[in-house]
Design a protein around this ligand. Structure first.
Ligand code: GUN
Length: 306
């Protein structure tokens, strides 16, 4: 007799899925140019010199251009006033070549982020952070712009399961960018949804009841293997940089889930890196095409549907 093989979860390849989505975005862009003389355009605004933000903005620009869309970059100094930033937002709101506006966060402290986000035309708010889009999503109204990271996570879940109806989903983290919109999306898919957070009592027991776990807390390797129901699907939104143990060593990226443990219990799991991360930009591009269609009275392309 041979010993039973250790269980290994299916790896959810977000990198491959994102590549496919970007390909579908590029096809839609080509069709819109050909059939409607419409080039979707995305404006990205970066205020200040934060190095991580600068990297994100560069990646967004490159990805936008690669799909055939127009990319408008606006880099403003760290000392920009709120009035100056609001004036740029108003200009972008009225520019017919701009269909999506993204203001990279965080903003310098003299600027009120809420005021800036809520000054964006909700129909150009491709981040889905404007209160109108938050409300549309919560109310289940068509046409909500949905935040990119939860949207990408949902696409991966639907790719694994098809219907999510009736499943128990636990979202760990209650941020406006991930946790709350993720919970609304899962509710819309007819999951039974729990939002857990730093004050939740006996988190491992709560997570053990979940068919779907979405971890978005920003705490490295917090979710352990014995917290999981065997066969659960795990979406790890965390991206945590672990400093090298020695000066010669390399920094390591880990998620909010202890991958080495979880992979032995879960049914399917996203790796970090290569899971949810690549989906975020792909969904930003997707949202921009959908916004461009809506502003021209066209239906969203079928190949970009959820
Ligand atoms: N900074 C970190 N993540 C995000 C995001 O999803 N959108 C914006 N605008 N800024 C961010």
């Amino acid at each position: 007799m041979t010993a039973a093989q250790p269980h290994t979860a299916k790896l959810i390849d977000g990198k491959a899925f994102a590549l496919g989505l970007r390909g579908r975005v590029a096809e839609s862009v080509a069709r819109l140019k050909l059939d409607h003389d419409l080039t979707p355009g995305l404006a990205v605004v970066l205020v200040g010199e934060d190095p991580a933000s600068a990297v994100y903005v560069r990646s967004k620009h490159k990805a936008t251009v690669e799909t055939g869309m127009a990319s408008f970059e606006h880099k403003l100094p760290e000392t920009t006033s709120q009035e100056e930033l609001l004036s740029l937002i108003h200009q972008l709101n009225t520019d017919p070549a701009v269909h999506g506006i993204l203001v990279q966060l965080p903003l310098p402290k003299q600027i009120d982020s809420h005021a800036v986000i809520n000054a964006i035309d909700p129909d150009k708010d491709v981040d889905g952070f404007h209160v109108v889009n938050v409300g549309r999503l919560a109310a289940g109204i068509d046409g909500a712009m949905v935040p990119c990271t939860p949207l990408g996570s949902l696409m991966l879940l639907k790719d694994v399961h098809g219907s999510l109806a009736g499943m128990n989903a636990v979202v760990i983290g209650r941020s406006n960018i991930v946790g709350k919109p993720m919970a609304h999306l899962l509710l819309q898919e007819s999951c039974t949804v729990t939002i857990a957070h730093s004050r939740t009592r006996d988190l491992p027991a709560v997570v053990r009841g979940a068919d779907i776990v979405v971890a978005a807390v920003g705490r490295p390797e917090m979710v352990k293997g014995d917290w999981l129901k065997p066969g659960a699907t795990v979406i790890d939104v965390g991206i945590n940089r672990i400093a090298p143990a020695t000066p010669e060593g390399k920094a390591r990226l880990v998620g909010d889930v202890d991958f080495a443990e979880a992979v032995q219990v879960a049914g399917a799991i996203t790796p970090v890196p290569g899971g949810v991360g690549p989906m975020t930009i792909a969904c930003l591009l997707r949202n921009t095409v959908v916004a461009a269609c809506a502003s021209n009275g066209l239906p969203a392309p079928a190949n970009l549907a959820l």
